[in-house]
Design a protein around this ligand. Sequence first.
Ligand SMILES: [Zn+2]
Length: 307
Amino acid sequence: MLMLLHRLRRSIPPSERMEKTRSGYVIPHQQQGDAHRRERNSGEGGVSPRSLRLFSHFSGDTMRGMWSGFFGGCADRRAQKAMSLMWTVKVVGLGAVALSLSLEALAWLHRRLRPGKILNEVLFFPSETACVQHIFTPPSPYSCFCSLPHGVETSFSRLLSYLMSASSSLDLCVFAFSNMDLCRAVVALHHRGVNVRVLTDKDYSAITGSQIGVLRKAGICVRSDINSVYMHHKFAVVDGRLLITGSLNWTLTAVQSNMENVIITEEPDLVRPFIQEFRRLWMQNDPTQYHDSSEQKAARVMGESNN
Ligand SMILES: [Zn+2]
């Protein structure tokens, strides 16, 4: 065995043998210099493998770092822009909510601190009898030659004036409607372009002197309540802001003979429930949504044919 190792050592050139030191085996200096020279002189075009390794290192790790830094920077900027945009949207949204709440609070304060600006009026009937022609036509000394008193303000003339103040909508919910002056006012509003909707009781829409048929012929949208109980409301909502309600039926007898009351108000807390009630009844009595029994259907058809 020892002979074999000795022969192997002698077969290796002395310049390539490793020398044993205290810290281990090292390559002799001459051998290191040869290796470095081989590195410098080998390779195509005079580029040494070490240079290639350096280039590889530069074009590999360094370029990777540069590219990742470049694109990483772009990604960071995009993320920063997205965060900035998100915060802007949040701030704008919160600002809009705060503005809306502030406006609502201001409107509430305005109503509370200046109650005189909100219309509230109570009218009692029977009303004096007086000419109301000036409410329908521009005032003129020759506009009316009837025998009724002129230039007299009454509960009825005030009621008519409030009704005629409608500029966009009139939602009317009346049990009995036979007063011709009130009918004239509603038709005039319809011709003026006001969106008029009338809901009435199906039984009382057929009484003698009822003006419901006149309203329908004028092209006004009228719906009859089909419930088994009376639709006994007597209210009107003008332009979604002014409520006219009370005990008064829209009949000549109620206006000129009965003791009745009418409240006229712009108080939002009072107007809003009436708007909701009208909307509920209007939807409930939509003819396209009827699902009643055959008896109810026959009664409804008979009631509509009588109008
Ligand atoms: Zn007159």
